[in-house]
Design a protein around this ligand. Structure first.
Ligand code: GLN
Length: 392
């Protein structure tokens, strides 16, 4: 039989998605793959029910339904501080997963280098493989997950084609400050590099931190490919609605990449989601308050159990330090955790370029009952997973 493609040889399956399967297998409270277990806003669901009886069953315009692009342009113009043209500056994609892949394929040639901050969301590794790019990793160092300016400039000196910026950041919860973004912007300009953003947690930011759109920085609109999605903002991760916002020169090409990859996002879902895009500001304030309360509940529960963890500034992930258990493999720890304690987590090593195996990622985008159940189970953690002493 012929061999399969070289391109896919380096692929492993997604550890995040695998841990969801492991959680299901052991009946664990699944705090691994980040998605809510509460309903999307009722207005969106009501509109979805109507849409099924209306005329939205065939392809929409490949780069996004007109109504959707107009509603999105209006919302993002308000947030990003510039008038976004719904006809020339948006491509609607099947989730931000496709948006990021299409952005990479639009901007990057095989062999080009791309700067990725580590820890990073695991899809960027696959995006790089599929588009033939070679990642240059720049560490974000705990506890604040700041970068070293010299290290970052050294990466830029290798003449990358693009930098990937996940802000607010999955998995470390970092929200980049204006000063940090300005440093990145100055380097992007100096070395003439694209910035591809992943801003899916744009509305999940804990005060006093605030989200700054990279494209809104002076001079950055022209070189920024902004990717985001409706998944987290409206609790509709299964609808697979994402988008790219960029200047017309970039969008012209991104439209073609997207068209040949997927043709388009689901037409009835785009129409139903317009209801969400038209929500007023109070929706986003309430969303922020809801997640701030969940963060409070979950982190104080972890504190009460004496578990050392990160405090996210944005997004809904927390990294727990499992050093005390003495496991050589964090993947094995997560499997043991799901089986013995009944809580699903993602091994930290799937996010770090550096050899890190003392962290696991949990998320708190869950109903309070679910979070409390997870905390109750975690209370038995030390009893159910005795610490391993490394043999001398
Ligand atoms: N972004 C979410 C996570 O990091 C879900 C990713 C996915 O599986 N598409 O868990």
């Amino acid at each position: 039989m012929p061999e399969l493609s070289k391109r896919t040889e380096a692929f492993t399956d997604s550890v995040i998605r695998r841990m969801t399967r492991v959680s299901l297998q052991y009946g664990a409270v699944n705090l691994s793959q980040g998605f809510p277990d509460f309903d999307p806003p009722q207005e969106i669901l009501d509109r979805l029910a109507e849409v099924t009886r209306e005329d939205y069953h065939q392809y929409s315009i490949t780069w996004g339904a007109q109504n959707f692009r107009e509603a999105l342009a209006e919302k993002q113009s308000r947030l990003m501080g510039r008038k976004i043209d719904p006809n020339g500056e948006i491509v609607v994609t099947c989730g931000s997963t496709e948006a990021m892949m299409a952005a990479m394929m639009t901007a990057v040639n095989p062999g080009d280098k791309v700067i990725v901050f580590s820890p990073f969301y695991e899809n960027y590794g696959a995006d790089a493989i599929l588009s033939g790019a070679e990642p240059i990793y720049v560490p974000l160092r705990p506890p604040a997950f700041g970068f070293d300016s010299d290290e970052l400039e050294a990466a830029f000196r290798q003449h990358p084609k693009a930098l990937i910026l996940c802000n607010p950041s999955n998995p470390c919860g970092k929200v980049f400050t204006l000063e940090e973004l300005e440093q990145i912007a100055a380097l992007a300009e100096k070395y003439d590099v694209f910035v591809i953003t992943d801003e899916v947690y744009e509305h999940i930011v804990y005060p006093p931190n605030r989200h700054i759109y990279f494209a809104s920085l002076p001079g950055m609109w022209e070189r920024t490919i902004s990717c985001s999605s409706l998944s987290k903002t409206y609790s509709i991760t299964g609808w697979r609605l994402g988008y790219i916002i960029a200047p017309p020169r970039i969008i012209e090409t991104a439209k073609k990449v997207h068209d040949f990859l997927t043709v388009g996002a689901a037409a009835p879902l785009q129409e139903a989601a317009v209801t969400g895009l038209r929500f007023g500001d109070s929706y986003y304030t309430q969303l922020q308050e809801k997640y701030t309360a969940k963060r409070g509940l979950f982190l104080s529960g972890l504190d009460a159990l004496g578990i050392v963890h990160t405090v996210p500034q944005g997004a809904y992930y927390v990294l727990l330090d499992i050093s005390e258990f003495g496991f050589a493999s964090d993947l094995e720890f997560c499997e043991t955790l799901a089986r013995e304690v009944g809580v699903g987590a993602v091994p930290g090593s799937s996010f770090f370029r550096e050899p890190v195996n003392h962290l696991i990622r949990l998320h708190f985008a869950k109903r309070d009952e679910t979070l409390n159940e997870a905390l109750t189970r975690l209370a038995g953690l030390r009893k159910k997973i005795p610490a391993r002493r490394p043999s001398v």
